[in-house]
Write a protein that binds this ligand. Structure first.
Ligand code: C2E
Ligand code: CA
Ligand code: CA
Length: 701
């Protein structure tokens, strides 16, 4: 304790007493002496000493008068006063105590005693000073805490050890709907009505739990606070028990926040990431989730799950030609219709541009994927109004089932896609189930494509020739080139297995070129033997649609060094239906080169003769489907008769293909056909065999 800083004022009219007192206590305090009692008050008021030593008997103002003066002013009232009395003054002690004195020092002064008394009083004074500053500090801290708790944005409630409220801040009052006066003394679970956000069941108040377990606890994740006025807030909080140094439980405090906005935001965000903006439907991410859940559930329940993939037919065309806004409109309308077609146990999702997926789960009653698919197809066909015009759409659907044909979500998606592709190739506006045959076919397709690309890259395609017999003399002066592919085991793959694929993938251009080149080279080889062979080469629709086709043909013929008249190009009716003007231009330039044009598969298309006559045709090939039935069915025979007559009247050369029997041969010869081609005479054979069988012989002859 720092006595140096304490001041003692000594008031006495006797200089000797003053001197003695000063010397007695100067080691303990800073001493100020006053000999004129009239100045006493102002000195004390100014210096604010820790202690005043005051002589009772003084001329003028007596010690009592001074003491009275000091006690009557606030800034001096609490300063302790010790009276200095002589024995004669002893009767005045009662008066002195009544005036507020705390002690007496008697004259004559005993220095040691005096010093001890002053020292004790100074110590007491110092301690009381310290106590009052500490009190003041505590008070200030308490105030600050109070202000803080009242002004923070969190709700704060504290309770006593039995859970009754002792403090509630304004935020907690607002959220609970209870005023401070209403809340104080109430059990906390009455004021804080906490409920589970999903089930609305009452939740244990964490403050009560904290009191029970004597450690901090956090509120359950999905808590809501229902206010007295039935307002609902999402809240998040923590509660702590209040335990003193001795380990006594004094109460609990709970701090909570209104997170309604944050939760709403989070819900919105998850909705956004899981849903498609345009249709509001779940997106691929959410669907995948649901499929996985459904698979797990159905695995346990031994039930089935179906995944339907739904694609809008020709959407790309509509979108490109009518604009993206219309495209969006179409997607939104289809989404609406599909939603209407689905039952309760279905999840419809938008998984891509114009692709939807529907997850069907068995809710115990079973489900029929066929009937839902049928409903969807029907909904898809309903006319849709675009710019005042009615359009008709259609859908293609693929269905995959778990556990029947897929082991997991990814496989379901893939297989539904395969099945959807099947619907497209069946002609759209239909649905298909995935099957292992289908998967096999898809596999096969991929393998064939690899094989075909390899053959094209390495010049491994083979051309077979099937001779055409001239009915009048039974001679062979022409043949049809038919392409062959070999698989890795060297087995022959027929063109029906890869020509459509080549057309889809665009490989047909390269394929056609190679077949034509090989055919021309073979003709050149025959020419060196002095044999003038004519080879007919098949041309696909896509090739005819290529503006550079005629130039390409000319170049290949020129490179082989043969006459263009040695080459015939077989085109189908459907190829001619593509783009009238362009096809005619190309055929005209081909004709002017000197190659001849044959119309293949005649009778299978629907084109009128007047239409066909506008093209430079030289030959008409009767499709083998008519030839094969002509000896069994009168109708087929009649058709062949009509075709032959028609061709003769148009001055076209006639080739009948697919002659398998002598009866076919005889009938066609009788009808006046010019050429015949078929297994009855000869199957398609390799170039070498053909050379051996037909060229070498005739060269010798
Ligand atoms: P296509 O032009 O109608 O060719 C005639 C098909 O009939 C050939 O089948 C031939 O082998 C077959 N055929 C011949 N005689 C008979 C017979 O007596 N009975 C039966 N049942 N069939 C007979 P292939 O070689 O399998 O060719 C199938 C189709 O593939 C061809 O039909 C043609 O459209 C296409 N194709 C063949 N090679 C090429 C080519 O190099 N380019 C293009 N674009 N298509 C080709
Ligand atoms: Ca042909
Ligand atoms: Ca044909």
């Amino acid at each position: 304790m720092d006595f140096e800083k304490q001041t003692v004022v000594v008031i006495d009219d006797e200089p000797t007493t003053l001197l003695m007192l000063e010397s007695a206590i100067e080691a303990l305090a800073h001493v100020i002496t006053v000999s004129d009692s009239a100045e006493a008050f102002s000195v004390v008021a100014k210096t604010q000493p820790a202690l005043v030593l005051l002589d009772v008997s003084m001329p003028g103002l007596s010690g009592f008068d001074v003491c009275e003066q000091l006690k009557s002013y606030a800034n001096t009232a609490s300063i302790p006063v010790i009276f200095i009395t002589s024995h004669s003054d002893s009767e005045h002690e009662t008066t002195a105590l009544a005036l507020g004195a705390i002690d007496f020092i008697s004259k004559p002064i005993d220095v040691t005693l005096c010093r001890m008394r002053v020292k004790n009083h100074l110590t007491i004074q110092a301690q009381s000073d310290m106590l009052s500053t500490m009190n003041g500090k505590l008070e200030a801290e308490k105030k600050q805490l109070d202000v803080t708790l009242r002004s923070i944005a969190d709700g704060v409630i504290s309770t006593d050890a039995s859970g009754d409220i002792t403090f509630i801040n304004p935020v907690a009052q607002r959220l609970s709907g209870y005023s401070e006066a209403e809340a104080l003394g109430q059990p906390i679970n009455v004021v804080m009505n906490l409920r589970d956000a999903t089930t609305n069941s009452v939740m244990l108040n964490p403050a009560i739990y904290a009191l029970e377990v004597r450690r901090p606890v956090a509120m359950a994740y999905n808590a809501t606070l229902v206010s007295r006025h039935n307002q609902i807030f999402r809240v998040e909080d923590t509660a702590s028990p209040i335990i003193d140094d001795q380990g006594n439980l004094l109460g609990a405090v709970i701090v909570f926040q209104d997170v309604s906005e944050a939760v709403e935001m989070a819900v919105k965000m998850t909705h956004l990431t899981n849903h498609d903006q345009l249709t509001g439907l779940p997106n691929r991410v959410l669907l995948h989730d649901r499929v996985m859940q459904a698979i797990t559930r159905s695995f346990n329940a031994k039930q089935s799950v179906a995944l339907m993939l739904i694609d809008i037919d020709n959407f790309k065309y509509l979108n490109d030609s009518l604009g993206h806004q219309v495209g969006d409109f179409i997607i939104a309308s289809v989404a609406k219709r599909l939603s209407a077609a689905m039952g309760d146990n279905a999840t419809l999702a938008r998984v891509g541009g114009d692709e939807f997926a529907c997850l069907l789960t068995d809710n115990g009653m079973g489900f029929s994927a066929d009937s839902i698919a049928m409903k969807c197809l029907q909904k898809g066909r309903e006319p849709i109004e675009i710019d005042g015009k009615s359009h008709q759409l259609s859908l293609s659907i693929g269905i995959s089932l778990y556990p029947q044909d897929a082991a997991n979500a990814e496989e379901m998606m893939r297989h539904a896609d395969t099945a959807m592709y099947r619907s497209k190739s069946k002609g759209k506006d239909t649905f298909s189930f995935f099957s292992h045959d289908l998967q096999h076919a898809m596999h096969h397709r991929v393998e064939t494509e690899i094989c075909l690309r390899n053959a094209l890259d390495n010049d491994l395609l083979a051309v077979y020739l099937q001779p055409k017999y001239k009915f009048s003399c039974n001679d062979v002066i022409s043949a049809e080139a038919l392409v062959r592919l070999f698989d890795e085991n060297g087995n022959v793959i027929g063109p029906d297995a890869f020509i459509p694929l080549a057309e889809e993938t665009g490989l047909i251009h390269l394929l056609g070129k190679q077949v034509l080149r090989k055919s021309c080279e073979f003709v050149a080889k025959c020419n060196t033997k002095g044999v003038d062979l004519k080879v007919a080469v098949n041309v696909a629709a896509k090739q005819l649609a290529d503006p550079g086709f005629a130039t390409e043909v000319k170049q290949i013929i020129d490179e082989a060094g043969i006459f263009p008249s040695s080459i015939e190009l077989e085109v189908t009716e459907s190829a001619l239906m593509h783009d009238f003007e362009q096809t005619r231009t190309i055929l005209n330039s081909l004709a002017s080169l000197g190659v001849t044009i044959a119309l293949d598969d005649f009778g299978t298309g629907y084109s009128s003769l007047s239409y066909l006559r506008q093209f430079p045709l030289n030959v008409l090939k009767i499709d083998r489907s008519f030839v094969i039935d002509m000896d069994k069915e009168q109708q087929a025979y009649d058709i062949v008769t009509a075709i032959v007559q028609l061709a003769l009247s148009l001055d076209l050369s006639i080739v009948a293909e697919g002659i398998e029997t002598k009866a076919h041969y005889d009938s066609l010869q009788e009808l006046g056909c010019h050429y015949g081609q078929g297994y009855y005479m000869c199957k398609p054979i390799t170039l070498d065999s053909f050379f051996e069988k037909y060229i070498v012989k005739s060269a010798v002859a």
